[in-house]
Design a protein around this ligand. Sequence first.
Ligand SMILES: Cc1cc2nc3c(=O)[nH]c(=O)nc-3n(C[C@H](O)[C@H](O)[C@H](O)COP(=O)(O)OP(=O)(O)OC[C@H]3O[C@@H](n4cnc5c(N)ncnc54)[C@H](O)[C@@H]3O)c2cc1C
Length: 485
Amino acid sequence: MYDAILIGAGYGGVTCAALLALAGKKVLVVDKNPAAGGKAMTVHRGGFGYELWPIAGGPSEGSRFHELAAAIGLDPDDVLIQPDFAGEYRFVHENGSVSVAPFTARPSVNPEVSAALPAALGASEADMGPLLDMVAAIVETDPAADPSLDDLDLVTWTRKFGLAPPLEAYLFVSLGIAFAAPLDRVPMSEAIYTFKEMVEGGGGRYGRGGYGRLAEQAVETVVAHGGAYLSNTRVEEVLVEGGRAVGVRTGSGETFRGRAVVSNAGIQPTVLKLADTSVFPFDYVEAVKALEPSLSFVGMRYWLDDTVFEAPMVIQFAADSWWDTDAYRRAEAGSWPEHPLLFFSVPSLYDPGLAPEGRQLVMAGTLCSADPHSPMNQVAVDLVDREMLRSFPEMEGHIERRQAYTALHAANVSRDSVLAGQGGECIGLAQVIGQCGATKPDVRSPVAGLYFVGCDAGGHGCGTHQAVDSGFNVAAIVSADLTAG
Ligand SMILES: Cc1cc2nc3c(=O)[nH]c(=O)nc-3n(C[C@H](O)[C@H](O)[C@H](O)COP(=O)(O)OP(=O)(O)OC[C@H]3O[C@@H](n4cnc5c(N)ncnc54)[C@H](O)[C@@H]3O)c2cc1C
């Protein structure tokens, strides 16, 4: 009998599990993957350590990852890597020329790098006024104090300031990666958290031993505090008795009983597949079916026989590389920008132990539909490959191997596809109007004892940071409920 059973060892699941274990609860973590980390899991093959796609964290300074590391007894400065030179933004002008702007993962230590970024992207002195006005508005805005921000989209809000084209594109491309959603549908009530974090804490954080290593250490904490961790084990069913979640049944038919079941497997797969839908109110099931996934992120991995790249992370874009609803629909219909958003990372440039001497593994990608079977997947993969090779011809002759990844691969390591068009989402549920602020799905399901953790509920922020934020918040809720009995 466990106090809490966690379905899934993604960053939301392991954070919640570790905190509950540290609070004296007996915790079981069950995950279908071979290692903890979920979509940010680190794999080790052929002398390389890497995530399955480009991953870097924001904010880099003062993050929830720092709090997680400290909570489980690690020195955040030791386990989290924040390079002074974290990477480059590359703005492709209409004439094809490229402005390159370095960025830092330690803006408090290197403020001059952040200060130089707008000019490096091609902004003039006069362009700085609107940018500074916007930054001041971000710092002053309290999302909790203004419910109207739930319905105000971030494109409309940002355009009030009249940013110069390279600055607007820089901002929208960064936020497009952060939210993986059409930006004219992302509400300011959600965006403001990430805006603030970007302004104050920068981006480009990684983990020593791989981005997923801290998730493994969180699971080790669970075990060290009397809990258990089952990897390579799929939960097939959430057991509900008398209207209360009482445990789980795994693929091998074993059952485990717990006072709370916390699912990191996604609200839609949990409600529509793992639990019997008849245990939920009809309207709740219909609302869950109507929830919208974030977009996916798909592309190519390159194994190189030389150290071709110097920047750990690169974001390349033109003025039209970001997506609102119309631009996304055009891409879905086959009409992509000439320079699609390109985001890539080189894990061994954060931690040299992650590649054999003199070689590199590069993960590149762009946004795409969450549908594991959408034809957009192949188009996006081909565009990423074309954009990489034409932008970085120095790669030619050094590619030992390349391997595509799509929304289907994201679904395989994270959540099941239980509805048409869903499963390969890069983040989780989309952070769009109608699914954020007052309308963000509740952490507590209508079935007593069944909770959700991770990017679907309970947190704010960008990708893994939202997952860890949720882990902290959900652990507090579950712990209080367990104590109250
Ligand atoms: C291509 C790509 C690029 C990304 N880039 C970034 C980035 O640069 N920065 C960033 O912060 N974020 C990035 N993200 C997003 C980030 O990885 C996710 O938002 C975050 O990891 C989600 O965490 P989570 O805890 O919600 O769940 P997940 O990571 O989805 O974990 C869910 C876990 O549940 C397990 N599970 C599911 N069903 C079952 C079951 N039935 N039984 C047992 N276990 C189950 C899965 O195995 C998985 O381990 C990226 C994602 C993708 C796909």
